[in-house]
Write a protein that binds this ligand. Structure first.
Ligand code: ATP
Length: 202
């Protein structure tokens, strides 16, 4: 599964509609300082609701709406991410699917909506779907500026190992193993109790 295209409408520096294609494997984006490269990452965090543990560079959600001095500020911003799902990593029976988020500003409030293939869904539903494909807010699917120096220079070997396990998908099995061992302990205790009862009555 990979991101095939991102469409921005009035999102940060992308006024009106801008579509950016991505390719399987490696896509590099280059451009002058301030041209909006990092805004693309902010768009991914925004649309997929991954900003819980990563920081989008905006004080308020409404700062994400395109704003320039020359034109009237639009009242909404929307980012739509199209995934290639030909490998069926996500539990969707289609070669591609879309996740989209829109923020709409009214006079004294703002509203945020998520969509799956154009149908309104909750953030939990978005997380459930992406989680099945290994994309989680706490995961390292999006590596932010500063993450690399944090991982290579500041973390202890144990913390680093945890990240490698998580990326390799091992931590899921570790958690299941710990749960099973805890259940096994309870069963052993019950067997011991029953053995004592059997000894007493025989
Ligand atoms: P660098 O190479 O310096 O890191 P960059 O290419 O990553 O730069 P970004 O940080 O993505 O650039 O974009 C910054 C630009 O986005 C600034 O020019 C800023 O004015 C513009 N910008 C941010 N929010 C908005 C907004 N709501 N409306 C219009 N422009 C915005």
């Amino acid at each position: 599964m990979f991101i095939k295209e991102i469409e921005f409408v009035n999102f940060k520096s992308f006024g009106k509609k801008v579509k950016i294609p991505f390719y399987e494997g490696f896509t590099a984006i280059s451009g002058p300082n301030g041209s909006g490269k990092s805004n693309i990452i902010d768009g991914i965090l925004f649309a997929l609701g991954l900003s819980g543990s990563k920081t989008m560079r905006a004080d308020k959600l409404t700062d994400l709406i395109f704003n320039d001095a020359k034109s009237k500020q639009p009242d909404f911003a929307q980012v739509t991410i199209t995934f290639d799902n030909t490998d069926r990593k996500a539990p969707v029976e289609a070669d591609e699917f879309e996740i989209s988020r829109k923020i709409k500003q009214t006079k004294d409030n703002y509203y945020s909506y998520y969509y799956f293939n154009g149908k309104a869904v909750s953030l939990t539903e978005v997380h459930e779907l992406l989680g099945k494909a290994g994309v989680t807010p706490e995961g390292y699917n999006v590596v932010m500026q500063g993450d690399i120096s944090q991982i290579t220079a500041k973390m202890s070997p144990i913390e680093r190992r945890k990240i490698i396990d998580e990326i390799a998908g091992v931590s899921e099995f570790d958690e299941k193993k710990q749960k099973s061992l805890a259940e096994l302990d309870i069963v052993k205790e019950q067997i011991e109790k029953i053995d004592i009862i059997i000894e007493e009555v025989t």
